[in-house]
Structures are given as structure tokens and as C-alpha cells.
Design a protein around this ligand. Structure first.
Ligand SMILES: [Zn+2]
Length: 75
């Protein structure tokens, strides 16, 4: 149980680091500032609040719904 919890936390940390790396790569490619899913411009406020965000609120909601339906219940 504790080992599982630790693995989940490490997993999350790796995921965050990957997000940051991906954001850096997008900056280099000039693709930073648009949403990955729908290609709409990311608002400056949103960028400042979530520099590594990849989806707008609408796409993120749809993504999470899909994820939950695939058998990964969120707490
Ligand atoms: Zn979107």
C-alpha cells in the first residue's frame, strides 16, 4: 500500500517533469501558446497560471471524462 502510494507520487512527478520538458520543446518549435487538442490560442492569464497546460478547459474536461470512462475513477 505504501509502496503503491510512493510509486504513484513518483509517477506524478515524472509526468510533471515531462510536461515541463514538452512545454520547453513547444517554445523552441514556436508551437507554445496554442492548445494541443484544438489549436486555439492560450490566454495569457492561463499561460501564467498553468505554464505547462496543454489543453483548454473544454478539451481538458472532455479528456478527463474519456479517461474516467476508461476505468480510472478519480477520487
Ligand atoms: Zn481546446
Amino acid at each position: 500500500m505504501l509502496a503503491d502510494l510512493g510509486a504513484a507520487m513518483i509517477d506524478r512527478h515524472i509526468h510533471e517533469m515531462r510536461d515541463i520538458e514538452a512545454a520547453k520543446r513547444r517554445m523552441k518549435d514556436g508551437a507554445y501558446g496554442v492548445w494541443a487538442d484544438c489549436g486555439a490560442d492560450i490566454g495569457l492569464a492561463r499561460l501564467k497560471a498553468y505554464p505547462t497546460a496543454r489543453r483548454c478547459i473544454e478539451c481538458q474536461g472532455a479528456h478527463e471524462k474519456q479517461f474516467a470512462q476508461a476505468g480510472h475513477p478519480s477520487l
